[in-house]
Ligand binder design. Structure first.
Ligand code: SAM
Length: 237
């Protein structure tokens, strides 16, 4: 997958050299380039912002550097992190992971001049994505979050891809609690069933815990869970 990130803070993306994203880049699964938006300014101050038409506080990112930057990286799917975007979900991560070329536009100040998004939308798909109902300083952190969620879905990135099938949000439920050694720690014991070696009962326990957790913590997810996906034992839980 090719990814171009356009930002006024390229240094924000240093963490993308680390861990499994760094490995995906090293092995060529991910071809990531980070571009400084100020490369496409023409004044001595390398200005990227100006006051908003109609008045009001703050500054807005000017369209000219953005237009040139997007022309330079070519067409793909443009992802614009924004508090006015569609809330990001695991389903979106799966969809983005199927694409060949993602372009991320990191807004700052009061955001990017709307014409940049409208102009790009006339020649490529544009996705405005929100991380949640709150406001960040800029799009950089949002891009790192989206990149983490997408990269771990790319073939060959996770050592054991089957872990993707059982984790939270894979099938509309939250994951059951997980434990490792030691069996007892500070008077807290690992549930006996997980040490029983009975794989059928362990699977049932995990499924029950997953349903109970989802119902308690995310009633919205439980309500959206398709009744046809519940088996007889689920219904008792
Ligand atoms: N004036 C904008 C508004 O009220 O909708 C907020 C601009 S915010 C201070 C600057 C940039 O941070 C945005 O252009 C976007 O790139 C990013 N950002 C802020 N909150 C975000 C969120 N919840 N999800 C994704 N990106 C966000």
């Amino acid at each position: 997958m090719r990814v171009d990130v356009i930002t006024i803070f390229p240094d924000f993306f240093a963490p993308l050299e680390l861990s499994l994203i760094g490995k995906a880049r090293a092995t060529g699964v991910l071809d990531l380039s980070v571009h400084d938006l100020r490369t496409w300014t023409s004044d001595v101050h390398r200005t990227v912002d100006d006051t908003p038409y109609g008045g009001g506080p703050g500054m807005v990112m000017r369209p000219e550097p953005w237009g040139q930057a997007l022309d330079a990286v070519g067409d793909g799917t443009l992802v614009v992190p924004s508090p006015v975007g569609k809330p990001f979900t695991q389903a979106d991560a799966h969809e983005l992971a199927t694409l060949d070329h993602l372009i991320f536009a990191c807004g700052r100040y009061e955001g990017i001049d709307q014409r940049v998004i409208d102009d790009a939308a006339s020649r490529m798909p544009v996705r405005e994505i929100s991380l949640g109902d709150y406001v960040l300083f800029g799009g950089e952190v949002a891009v790192i979050v989206i990149m983490e969620a997408v990269t771990r879905l790319l073939p060959g990135v996770l050592g054991n891809a089957s872990s993707l099938d059982e984790e939270s949000h894979a099938a509309g439920l939250l994951e059951a609690p997980m434990y490792t050694k030691p069996a007892s720690w500070r008077d807290h014991d690992v549930p006996d069933i997980l040490r029983s070696g009975d794989h059928g009962r362990i699977a049932r326990w995990r499924r029950d815990q997953s349903l109970l957790r989802t119902a308690a913590r995310r009633p919205d997810m439980m309500a959206a869970y398709p009744p046809a996906s519940l088996d007889k034992a689920d219904r008792k839980t």
